[in-house]
Design a protein around this ligand. Structure first.
Ligand SMILES: Cc1ncc(COP(=O)(O)O)c(C=O)c1O
Length: 413
């Protein structure tokens, strides 16, 4: 059996050189981009694919029989196939969307409006992004269902006993993040979905922060819906997908009406809708963006998600250790299983001031509530700073970030 580490033989400097933007300076300093949980940077192959689409192939999909139309449709559908292989599902179960927000709204408005009623409960974890909370609030208002919250341990891991205890017979849907965008906590979604399935609860997993960091095998997770976004995994903005089992998709009514989602529009009788996944893809989609996402997946597969996970684990360990050297710094989210996302606060400094001063040192981190108000409330803070890494970051950047943190700490007294 091979004992080679998944990162063996990978020249990470060469990988980094694939990202043109990472060569730039900010405020006269080399850029340290630690905001990949917000949006990821794009390798040249993705940028060139989008450029080539508009220069050579631009046409609408599924509408024209001419050569350009066929080329555009083929490349667009090839992305669906490539993405499906990447997450181990069938291509005809993958709805291409503008991202996770759209995907979860699709589940809420299509599945939720038809399946929830007064007396039902939607169970959400405390660490959900607003994209997996607000759509459910809107649907609960309309159906009379209620939201219940599953709480966390102080380290930012899910209290699994409490979560299982909260799965009472009135719970119809469970929404859970695969990886927290604020804490980096990796949730044991396969085990959680198994418990939910035993109780007949439909599950929606928000995979936005999982796909950029690790191998995701949706079939092995055993959820009902899995949503993800393309721009955090090296793809263009406005791309992403929703996966659901074919039978479930077939049982769902359309969410938006328009072109592409119909078989036949009749004015004197009911319109006949298209089969999934096209039933849920009304209107002209983000064609160039999704073709770019196909290139992003090809790029990630070329490196290998296990190698990416191992590289990021190394960077996270280095970052976490070095951050302990900064006086008054508190890391929020210290669960044992984490992706390379570190939220922190420095005593006496507001998160926005910290981020602004770090920016002057060339370091890009995000500050704010990270679209997770309920989680901020749990930790009793209005905002945090968040350093989020990707495989294209380096150990030298971690050193530069720590030096900048020490400098900012001195400046703030
Ligand atoms: C955990 C999580 N869910 C959902 C979203 C929303 O993704 P998008 O804005 O791409 O739809 C994000 C983006 O920050 C996220 O981190």
């Amino acid at each position: 059996m091979s004992t080679l580490a998944p990162t063996a033989g990978i020249d990470w400097d060469r990988v980094r050189a694939d990202f043109p933007l990472l060569r730039r300076e900010v405020h006269g300093k080399p850029l340290v981009y630690f905001d990949s949980a917000n949006t990821g940077q794009k390798p040249a192959s993705v940028i060139e694919t989008v450029d080539a689409f508009y220069r050579r192939h631009n046409a609408n999909v599924s509408r024209a029989v001419h050569a350009l139309g066929s080329e555009a449709t083929e490349s667009y559908e090839a992305t669906r196939t490539r993405l499906a292989q990447h997450v181990n599902v069938a291509a005809n179960e993958l709805v291409l969307t503008s991202g996770t927000t759209f995907a979860i709204n699709l589940v809420a408005y299509s599945w939720g409006l038809s399946n929830l009623k007064a007396g039902d409960v939607v169970l959400l974890t405390r660490m959900e992004h607003h994209a997996n909370i607000v759509p459910w609030q809107l649907i609960c208002e309309r159906t009379g269902a209620k939201i219940r919250v599953a709480e966390l341990h102080p380290d930012g891991s899910l209290d699994l006993d409490a979560l299982h205890a909260a799965m009472t017979p009135d719970v119809k849907l469970l929404g859970v993040a695969h990886v927290s965008n604020v804490l980096g906590t990796i949730n044991p979604v396969a085990a959680i979905c198994r418990e939910a399935r035993k109780r007949g609860i439909t599950t929606v997993v928000d995979g936005s922060q999982a796909l950029p960091h690790m191998t995701v095998d949706i079939a092995a997770i055993g959820c009902d819906f899995y949503a993800f976004t393309g721009h955090k995994m090296c793809g263009p903005t406005g791309t992403g997908a929703l996966w659901a089992r074919r039978a479930l998709l077939e049982s769902m009514p359309p969410f938006l009406g328009g072109g592409e989602m119909i078989k036949e529009v009749r004015l004197d009788e009911a319109t006949i809708f298209n089969d999934p996944p096209h039933r849920f893809e009304a209107g002209t989609p983000n064609i160039a963006g999704h073709i770019g996402l196909g290139a992003a997946v090809a790029y990630l597969d070329g490196i290998g998600m296990d190698a990416i996970a191992a590289r990021e684990a190394e960077l996270l360990a280095h970052l976490t250790e070095e951050m302990q050297s900064v006086d008054g710094l508190r890391i929020i989210g210290t669960a044992a299983k984490k992706a390379a996302v570190v939220s922190f606060l420095v005593e006496g400094a507001h998160a926005h001031d910290l981020a602004t001063l770090l920016d002057l040192e060339g370091v890009a981190v995000r500050s704010g509530h990270h679209c997770a108000h309920p989680l901020m409330k749990f930790f009793g803070v209005p905002a945090t700073c968040r350093a989020s890494l990707a495989f294209y970051n380096t150990h030298d950047e971690i050193e530069a970030f720590i030096a900048a943190l020490h400098k900012v700490r001195r400046l703030l007294g």
